[in-house]
Design a protein around this ligand. Structure first.
Ligand code: CA
Length: 227
């Protein structure tokens, strides 16, 4: 089972990781909100442990973007030092499934992760759709106008990231980071991949869905856009 910990406090993050690893979980740690959000959107985690107070975007915002923009059903356990009813309610409103107030016991955290992954872990991911293009996150099936297409793992991850962020211009760096983290296979790799993706997804069809916004990045949309 794979768990993502989004926590800027190094000591807390390390102790959670060490403890969960003794229980044979695979653990990824993100030290800021943007990295955490990118990982959460790009990979399938069983549970996400999310700190409320982060240096860039806060936990509420991340949870909201995961649920409402990216349609990610992954269970989220929110961590916070703010022991007030208000912040709890805010957390649940943004789509968190559970809540733990710092300081907490690692044993309790592990117990809650287990419950969450069993109760909600098999929640089916919705099929992502833009116009007549669909992507099934679970079966990895990508179809346009009912025609199935075969995508390499990298192309699939690029398309999935774009489809989870529709109608938003994604900067080259953000997309590279989402697909390859800090290790893009080459400076021109993304451009080549986007070219190949276009050949498959757009070329045989009348309506282009992938749009390059010069100087800014790339966007998937079925609304009119600069191309
Ligand atoms: Ca914090």
């Amino acid at each position: 089972m794979k768990v993502l910990v989004i926590e800027d406090n190094q000591d807390i993050a390390a102790s959670i990781r060490d403890y969960l690893e003794t229980l044979h979980y695979a653990v990824d740690v993100a030290r800021d909100g943007m990295t955490g959000l990118n990982l959460a959107i790009s990979y399938a985690y069983s549970v996400i442990i999310l700190d409320l107070g982060l240096p860039d975007i806060d936990g509420i915002d991340i949870c909201h973007r995961l649920r409402h923009d990216a349609h990610q059903p992954v269970p989220v356990l929110m961590l916070t030092a703010r022991d007030s009813l208000e912040s709890k309610l805010e957390g649940f409103e943004s789509g968190a499934d559970d809540y733990l107030v710092k300081p907490f016991s690692l044993k309790e955290l592990a117990a809650r992760i287990k419950v969450l992954s069993e109760r909600i872990g098999r929640r089916p991911e919705p099929r992502l759709q833009i116009a007549d293009l669909t992507l099934d996150v679970t079966t990895h099936e990508v179809c346009r106008a009912g025609k199935r297409m075969d995508l390499s793992p990298s192309l699939f991850r690029i398309l999935m990231y774009l489809m989870r962020n529709p109608h938003r211009v994604i900067a080259k760096e953000e997309l590279e980071h989402a697909v390859w983290q800090n290790h893009p296979p080459g400076s021109d790799a993304l451009r080549t991949h986007l070219f190949n993706l276009r050949q498959l997804v757009d070329r045989p069809f009348d309506q282009p869905l992938l749009h390059t916004v010069r100087g800014f990045g790339v966007m998937i949309s079925d609304r009119n856009a600069e191309d």
